[in-house]
Ligand binder design. Structure first.
Ligand SMILES: NC(=O)c1ccc[n+]([C@@H]2O[C@H](COP(=O)([O-])OP(=O)(O)OC[C@H]3O[C@@H](n4cnc5c(N)ncnc54)[C@H](O)[C@@H]3O)[C@@H](O)[C@H]2O)c1
Length: 304
């Protein structure tokens, strides 16, 4: 997979703007929308009013913060290497984007306070370590207050730190799932380059949306038509939007959603099957191994 990321530079074929739009999604999203996972934390589903602290305001952290802010969560803290910003009412991330575009730093942002507190262990619902590796360790894991951790960075949690978190009942969505959006889009790019897209993968979600809206349009047209007349079937607003907006960005975004939804389902299935409870990393590894095994078996490669 990393080879494919490197290949991006050589064979760019999905524009950067589309890549960032797709990758900015926080794929923890699917866990927050899942009632079973949220029941485990005794939370309601969704982002609304949940408090979030983000470590790192670079490529990953800034877009993840923007996404969760727009989804209704309150980003109450941002920890950078030189400053930590807090605002208990929530930081307006779009406003902070404008500030950082000009100043190239979050330092001095006037609508939040600077804090000396270590935000990794501060009071919050959700922690998103999006800066660098090995920041959650045996030294601080026991003091972490967040009940949900979304690993935006690669390897932010050490194995021994993770064990402490799991024992405390924390739900940790691991990096190999949570930050896989970028690598997945690079894979689409690779497929596009070799012109070898697996059938239906790139547009299966937009096709199913199209079918649903087609049926809705027929239904709505039938409802609006007086009994005595033949119905005049017209596309509804959503179908018109789909007709007009199936751009490459829409296709990449919907293909990414399909892949991430399938992986989230797989992780859940393995967690149930092997009674892994909140150990999502192990469930993700089991699911990945299972998929590799399936691919080998279906291609006739011997397992011996
Ligand atoms: N960029 C990608 O496509 C991508 C995809 C998946 C995973 N990742 C991983 O996400 C992490 C961040 O990548 P990025 O592309 O956003 O990098 P980046 O350099 O754009 O951003 C990292 C940010 O974190 C800050 N930072 C670094 N160390 C810190 C610390 N100890 N405390 C607080 N802030 C700190 C930096 O100042 C910077 O603003 C890395 O682990 C990377 O491997 C990146």
């Amino acid at each position: 997979m990393y080879l494919m990321v490197d290949l991006r530079a050589a064979f760019v074929s999905i524009p950067r703007s589309i890549q960032w739009m797709s990758c900015r999604r926080s794929h923890g999203d699917l866990f927050l929308k899942d009632k079973e996972w949220m029941d485990l934390l005794k939370w309601k589903t969704g982002w609304k009013d949940k408090t979030v602290i983000v470590q790192g305001f670079g490529n990953v952290g800034s877009f993840a913060a923007k996404y969760v802010h727009e989804a209704g969560a309150k980003v109450i803290g941002i920890k950078e290497f030189d400053v930590s910003l807090v605002n208990k009412d929530g930081i307006d991330i779009n406003d902070l984007f404008e500030y950082t575009e000009e100043k190239k730093t979050i330092k001095g942002y006037p609508k939040a306070q600077e804090s000396k507190e270590d935000l990794l262990v501060a009071e919050t619902d959700i922690l998103m370590p999006c800066a660098t590796q090995k920041v959650i360790t045996t030294d601080n894991a026991k003091d972490i207050k967040a009940k949900l951790i979304l690993e935006g960075a690669n390897g932010p949690t050490t194995p021994s730190g993770e064990k402490i978190l799991l024992d405390k009942g924390v739900l940790l969505v691991p990096d190999l799932y949570c930050n896989a959006g970028g690598v997945t889009v690079s894979y689409f790019e690779y497929l596009k380059n070799i012109n070898h897209v697996s059938y239906g993968k790139m547009n299966s979600k937009s096709t199913s949306e199209l079918i649903i809206e087609l049926m809705n349009s027929i239904n709505e047209s039938l409802h609006e038509c007086p009994d005595s007349q033949l119905p005049n079937i017209c596309p509804n607003k959503k179908l018109k939007r789909i007709q007009q907006c199936t751009t490459e960005a829409d296709i990449v975004d919907s293909a990414l959603q399909t892949v991430m939804e399938s992986a989230a389902r797989g992780i859940k299935e393995m967690a149930h099957k092997f009674e892994l409870c909140n150990d999502l990393r192990r469930a993700a590894y089991v699911w990945s191994s299972f998929k590799i095994f399936q691919a080998m078996e279906s291609s006739g490669i011997s397992q011996q």
